[in-house]
Design a protein around this ligand. Structure first.
Ligand code: GLU
Length: 480
């Protein structure tokens, strides 16, 4: 059993591209089949340097290894369409020999004239009505066209159900262009046949061309692979397809923001598919086990970035809780604030250990952990205008912090237990509410909108830094 992912290397990998890879991957793994990666690079105008590598890296990052394709090779090598010209020529020749294809030297202006004529007469434009009478012999430089066999056709799509189409949508499509390279319409039929592909899973945008593909399968006497049209991914609002302008970033950008591969895979697999339960978090192995074609939905799936971020937060916690903070830490390279470089792994791991449950993306570390590595800028307004503290005068605030310093100074063994005990004593001795006392100390330490529980934060910062920070705030209040 073989499935394939057949991307065009355009340099930009959007959400939909990756989802088109996930389903064939899951199906192949579930059925102990073969997952093929084929690079559809016959559109020279769209070719982008490095785009193939980006596709490979993205699949590797997501943990979706391919069994045949670039790098690994395979029985149907090469897996780059641009290197398969001879194969397409041979298949084109077969059609010529059967009388089912012809060389077509008609130039673009003439074709446009045909179109205009049809428009003027308000009749549908079909190239087969203008088929040249005496086509020349086919040679490089002349496009090769299919000779359509228009008739009613029916087929089954694994997602869209039973389909039918009339002759009016079947035409003499171009098989090989003037540059000698095949069109997508022709190349994928040849490749899927040569590579033994059983499931053609791709975006629903190819559904309207399927009648032409059926004619080609028929002409070659090929068994029709299972056709699986994946629903569109819709923009967050309205009824249109998700586009670059709808706020969806490329997969590469999400990766740079610190979306985890597990979360990306989980989110995209569930965008247009569900297993009928309420479960939302799936590991790759669970997805492989549960995936089923009939449960792919046939209507558009709405893209929801908030959900992706939520899911990523779930995955961050899942990794830390199930595999340990070490495992999560291993993913955080490049996501720390600049000043963190001066600190060792052990310190950063401790910071991560108390903050990870607040992260949505790993890049949040950059904004949320700065004060663990640098003395924060003093912003007295944060203290004086805080909703729990604004009823205190600056003198009262300063006094509260000074009492706190004295209590904390007395701790010999600086750990979370002794810190918690000292904070409790302070509450009793000052008669303050926890929200007041803790906000005052927390802000003096971090000047950040939020931070982990106070005893944890102070334990990681250490005694010297904690006391120095509170004293700084006291000085600032005194000198204000
Ligand atoms: N190269 C096509 C694309 O990127 C793939 C369609 C297919 O999977 O057959 O849209």
């Amino acid at each position: 059993m073989k499935t394939r992912f057949a991307p065009s290397p355009t340099g930009y990998i959007h959400i939909g591209n990756v989802r088109s890879a996930i389903y064939p991957y899951l199906l192949a793994r579930q059925q102990n089949g073969t997952f093929i990666l084929r690079i559809e690079d016959t559109d020279q105008a769209r070719y982008v340097e490095g785009a193939t590598e980006l596709i490979e890296e993205t699949l590797e990052w997501l943990g979706m290894n391919w069994d045949e394709g670039p790098i690994v090779g395979g029985p149907a090598s090469p897996y780059f369409q641009s290197e398969r010209a001879e194969i397409y020529h041979a298949w084109g020749q077969k059609l010529i020999d059967m009388g089912r294809a012809y060389a077509d030297p008609t130039n673009a202006e003439t074709i446009q004239k045909y179109r205009d004529e049809c428009n003027a007469k308000k009749i549908p434009y079909l190239y087969r009505n203008f088929r040249p009478e005496n086509p020349p012999e086919w040679k490089p430089g002349i496009p090769l066209r299919f000779k359509a066999d228009p008739k009613p056709r029916t087929w089954h799509d694994e997602v869209m159900g039973d389909m039918s189409a009339g002759p009016e949508v079947q035409d003499d499509i171009v098989l090989i262009k003037a540059d000698g390279l095949p069109t997508y319409n022709f190349a994928h039929i040849v490749d899927d046949a040569e590579m033994g592909v059983d499931y053609v899973m791709r975006g629903v945008e190819y559904l309207s061309s399927t009648p032409n593909y059926l004619a080609l399968y028929e002409a070659f006497g090929l068994k029709i692979p299972k056709l699986v049209s994946l629903p569109h991914i819709l923009a967050p609002t309205g009824n249109k397809k998700l586009g670059k302008r709808d706020g969806a970033k490329s997969v590469t950008e999400y990766r740079k923001d610190g979306i985890l591969a597990e979360a990306m895979l989980n989110y995209l697999a569930c965008l247009g598919w569900n297993d009928g339960t309420e479960q939302e978090i799936y590991t790759k192995d669970e997805l492989i086990e549960r995936f089923s074609l009939p449960r792919i939905q046939n209507s558009g799936a709405r893209y929801d970035e908030t959900k992706l971020f939520w899911m990523n937060g779930q995955w961050i916690r899942k990794i830390a809780d199930e595999q340990g903070i070490e495992a999560l830490y291993a993913r955080t390279d490049g996501f720390w604030p600049e000043n963190a470089d001066a600190y060792d792994d052990n310190y950063k791991k401790r910071v991560l250990g108390i903050i990870y449950d607040r992260l949505k993306v790993l890049a949040d570390l950059r904004d949320m952990t700065g004060y663990f590595f640098t003395d924060p800028e003093i912003d007295l307004k944060m203290l004086t205008e805080n909703k729990f503290l604004k009823k205190l005068s600056e003198e009262e605030l300063s006094e509260l912090l000074q009492v706190s310093v004295r209590k904390l100074e007395a701790i010999n063994d600086w750990n979370t237990d002794t810190l918690q005990a000292a904070l409790n004593e302070l509450l009793e001795e000052t008669g303050k509410k926890p929200a007041e006392l803790f906000s005052a100390i927390r802000l003096a330490l971090s000047f950040a909108p939020f931070s982990p529980a106070l005893h944890l934060t102070m334990e990681v910062l250490g005694k010297d830094t904690s006391l120095a920070r509170i004293n700084r705030a006291v000085n600032a209040l005194e000198n204000d």
